[in-house]
Write a protein that binds this ligand. Structure first.
Ligand SMILES: [Mn+2]
Length: 357
């Protein structure tokens, strides 16, 4: 066993009865929650799936919901304030499985970056490691894979995909074990996109639906056959193609930066942001969308020819304008109060870098 998952193994050996599984909205969250759900069921526990209102933190409403549980597992939620976690964990069996920047949480805490800050290991992959300590992994391999791929972690965690290919070659096909190629050319990539389309099209409700579906599935075919998911996927394809046409017309180009604001209702932000690096291989891409609360959520990606560390870039921007951000070198995100402030900052940055050379 890899040492860093030990506290999770101990946790699952100790708990019994009802257990809350708290998770966010993306593929990695959905997959981790499904794997932990299956594990809990097999261990004779009574798991309840609880989607946090926010993807990146346990918000206050979700905290209230959790108070009646004695056992809680939080997966792939990295940015909950420390006081909130420490308050919740005080009188409970409380486990966090995460891969974002480690925090000072006082509870059982599985995060590979505590031991190696450069490691990239999505939570679905970690959940797979935990599951394997208890049961055979045949029925969850596809779930671990779409989650890991969803966070662009396939290339850095190849062993999972090699095992998947051996048992279910049809899911990988002829694709190399590289994230972008898997997304574009393999059935497991198609599955990741279908799962994500539920979030985009129906928000939290869609996340709840598709997580239940994966958590109770016998195999990936249950997802592929599901009418509601198929329908969502088809409609989303149309909406996405329309949005791409709009990008071409309405994007703002500031030197090496490209900024685009999505004005529609659908949350196409991160899927568009993941698609654009191929279309604009030399740009640093900001895709923004206004939230209900009035601020802008911005996904930051880099064109496929670029090697800029986006986590660092976002950190720098956040220090200079009213913004909060974080993420990984290859994919980052921000919350920005005013989108104009961001474009002005980028314009100034461009001007300054010109002066320098
Ligand atoms: Mn994740």
């Amino acid at each position: 066993m890899k040492g860093f998952i030990k506290s999770a193994i101990d946790f699952f050996k100790k708990v019994n009865g009802e257990i809350a599984i708290v998770f966010g909205h993306d593929c990695d969250s959905i997959a981790s929650a499904s794997i932990i759900y299956k594990l809990s069921k097999k261990l004779g526990l009574k798991p309840k799936l609880i989607v946090s209102l926010r993807n990146f933190e346990i918000d206050e409403k979700t905290e209230k919901k959790l108070q009646k549980f004695k056992n809680i597992v939080v997966v792939d939620i990295g940015d909950t304030p420390e006081e909130r976690i420490n308050r919740l964990s005080e009188s409970r069996n409380f486990l966090i499985i995460d891969h974002h920047l480690p925090k000072n949480y006082k509870c059982a805490y599985v995060n590979p970056r505590i031991y190696n800050k450069n490691i990239y290991m999505p939570v679905s992959y970690i959940s797979w490691l935990i599951y394997r300590e208890f049961f055979k992994d045949d029925d969850i391999l596809w779930i671990a894979a779409f989650g890991t791929l969803g966070d662009f972690g396939a290339k850095s965690n190849k062993d999972l995909f090699i095992i998947l290919r051996k048992k279910y070659p049809q899911l990988i096909g002829n694709s190399k074990i590289e994230d972008r190629e898997l997304f574009d050319k393999s059935l497991i990539g198609k599955i990741a996109k279908m799962i994500d389309s539920c979030r985009i099209f129906e928000g939290k409700k869609g996340v709840e639906y598709v997580t239940k579906l994966a958590a109770n599935s016998k195999s990936y075919e249950d997802l592929l056959k599901d009418k509601r998911v198929r329908n969502i996927d088809k409609n989303l394809g149309k909406a996405f193609r329309n949005e791409l046409k709009k990008v071409k017309k309405k994007k703002i180009e500031i030197g090496e930066y490209l900024v685009y604001e999505i004005k529609g209702r659908l949350n196409l932000k991160s899927s568009l942001a993941s698609y654009l690096p191929k279309v604009y291989p030399n740009k640093i891409i900001f895709v923004a969308q206004k939230s209900k609360e009035g601020y802008y959520e911005v996904s930051v990606r880099r064109g496929i020819n670029r090697r800029v560390n986006l986590a660092k870039l976002v950190e720098k921007i956040s220090k200079n304008i009213k913004a909060k951000g974080g993420g990984h070198p290859t994919a980052a995100g921000m919350r920005v109060d005013d989108l104009k402030e961001l474009t002005e900052f980028l314009k100034n940055k461009k001007r300054r870098s010109r002066l320098l050379c």
